[in-house]
Ligand binder design. Structure first.
Ligand SMILES: [Zn+2]
Ligand SMILES: [Zn+2]
Length: 250
């Protein structure tokens, strides 16, 4: 299983990265976790425009889903179109919300390009992957994902405040992509985002092998986020996410 960070910028694209998007590949199958603003462009540096086999959307904030609108154009009107519909696992309101973002009526919405399926906590098979979804702690319906293949696992937090469900989801994972949107300080808001310290605490409690801090907001010093994470009690490797970084989990 190979994980490529397409976008790791928090809340909006930054100068060096699109918003959230992670490419997970195994057995020639290409799964996207989130498809945030700007991701469709950088994605084409790594795979062909029509090579996406499935998409999972953690939640419906724009920085996690909006490039599905542009991708609808590519798959509906590009040379050789129409292309096969791509399964999209997303919160139940995704078809309506994304049709509105695009400026389409609800019917057919984006259904010509995508086959939407509602998410719920639990485990499903997506291509060669076992995908487990869990509710996380964010003001809208939001999920974290655990993707497993051939005994290896990657967990993506989505957007979340402190969350016992995330610790459970990430138990013993090889790689945790954990959001670290906030600079650490006393009295952080609850139910919104994590600081680097809190991300490291979640990684330590879950016993993950490697922690990658992501959803990095451009207005923060990234060095300060990493510095916060060193105070979270995680003893394994910690690094900042970077667009283009590849993790080969074997
Ligand atoms: Zn976000
Ligand atoms: Zn969000």
């Amino acid at each position: 299983m190979k994980v490529t960070i397409i976008g790791c910028s928090g809340s909006f694209p930054g100068p060096d990265s699109p918003a959230s998007c992670y490419l997970v590949e195994a057995e020639g199958f290409r799964l996207l976790l989130d498809f945030g603003s700007g991701a469709l462009g950088v994605l084409q540096r790594h795979i062909g425009l029509y090579d996406v086999d499935a998409v999972c959307l953690s939640h419906l904030h724009a920085d996690h889903c909006l490039d599905l609108c542009g991708y609808h154009v590519a798959r509906t009107y590009g040379p050789g179109a129409p292309y096969p519909r791509v399964p999209v696992h997303a919160p139940a309101d995704a078809p309506r919300r994304l049709a509105a973002a695009y400026g389409m009526p609800d019917e057919p919405g984006l259904e010509t390009a995508f086959d939407f399926a509602g998410l719920a906590p639990g485990t499903i098979e997506v291509g060669p992957f076992t995908l487990t979804s869990a509710h996380v702690n964010h003001p809208v319906e939001a999920y974290g994902f655990r993707v497993e293949h051939a005994g290896r696992s990657v967990v993506y937090s989505g957007d979340t405040g402190e969350c016992a469900e995330l610790v459970k989801l990430a138990a013993d994972a090889d790689l945790l992509l954990c959001e670290a949107s906030l600079l650490d300080k006393p009295d952080l808001p609850t139910g919104l985002h994590l600081s680097g310290r809190q991300a490291a605490e979640h990684g330590a409690k879950a016993g993950v092998g490697r922690l990658v801090l992501t959803h990095l907001v451009p207005w923060h010093s990234q060095g300060a986020v990493l510095d916060d994470a060193t105070r979270g009690g995680f003893t394994g490797p910690i690094e900042l996410a970077r667009s283009g970084a590849v993790y080969d989990l074997g």
